[in-house]
Design a protein around this ligand. Structure first.
Ligand SMILES: [Zn+2]
Length: 250
């Protein structure tokens, strides 16, 4: 049976002769791989629809128990144009898509798959629409960590729950109190920075506009959340290093 559904292209890699392998996040089937034959030929009618970070509608043959399928045809529903034109936005989109790719393992339940799809699509939409990339990444990664059962501690110390917090530790998993900051050798942070970390972790993408004017610079917060993914989920977000280097140049 052929199914026509929508998906987000998280990744595109060359695959055999003239073919590309697409990693696609869907609400209905979770993360799947699609082989697009002939896509590297300039004349391919599918080629323009196979850009990374785009939302496509496509036709494929679904078979139970498989995760790799042959793509029959595809058309772009949302291209997210600015993500292809601006280097920083493109690098941020790469981080969004890699986080989704690594968190979405093959046997996600349907509800979780649908939420990952919607959350990631919304993140690309906001990024394309001009939301600050650091703020977007912080809120997106925090939301995804929460979905994955790894919500950062943003109400009290990650170790003991004490609400009097003085620092932020990726190793501990969020805020730390004075005693645990000393024990873990974590530097103290300003009240502004602590409040900002809390706001970014409490916000959802739906209400990201409410953070306007409240966040000074969220780059350090994104780095903490990327470290939490590495230390607590064992996931290395490789595209983040490039994003950081770009931001250092700007
Ligand atoms: Zn503590």
């Amino acid at each position: 049976m052929s199914d026509r559904i929508e998906g987000l292209i998280l990744k595109q890699t060359d695959y055999r002769e003239n073919a590309v392998l697409l990693t696609v996040m869907t609400a209905e089937y979770g993360k799947i791989s699609l082989v697009a034959h002939g896509a590297r030929k300039l004349t391919s009618k599918n080629a323009a629809s196979l850009m990374p970070y785009a939302r496509i509608e496509f036709l494929f043959d679904y078979k139970d128990g498989r995760t790799i399928f042959r793509l029959q045809n595809a058309r772009t529903v949302r291209l997210y144009r600015h993500l292809h034109e601006d280097l920083v936005l493109s690098a941020a989109a790469a981080v969004v898509c890699e986080v989704c790719d690594l968190l979405a393992y093959d046997s996600l339940d349907a509800g979780t798959a649908a939420r990952y799809f919607m959350e990631t699509d919304q993140a690309l939409e906001l990024l394309n629409g001009g939301t600050d990339p650091d703020v977007l990444l912080a809120v997106y990664i925090s939301d995804m960590l929460q979905e994955a059962g790894l919500a950062p501690a943003a109400d009290g110390c990650a170790v003991c729950g004490d609400v009097h917090v003085v620092g932020i530790s990726a190793e501990a998993g969020g805020f730390v109190c004075a005693a645990h900051a000393a024990e873990l050798n974590v530097p103290r942070q300003s009240v502004t920075r602590l409040r900002q970390f809390r706001l970014l972790n409490k916000a959802s993408l739906d209400q990201i506009g409410r953070l306007d004017g409240l966040i000074e610079k969220a780059g350090d917060d994104v780095a903490v959340l990327i470290d939490i993914l590495r230390l607590h989920a064992g996931l290395e977000i490789r595209s983040f290093a490039f994003y950081q280097r770009l931001n250092a140049i700007e």
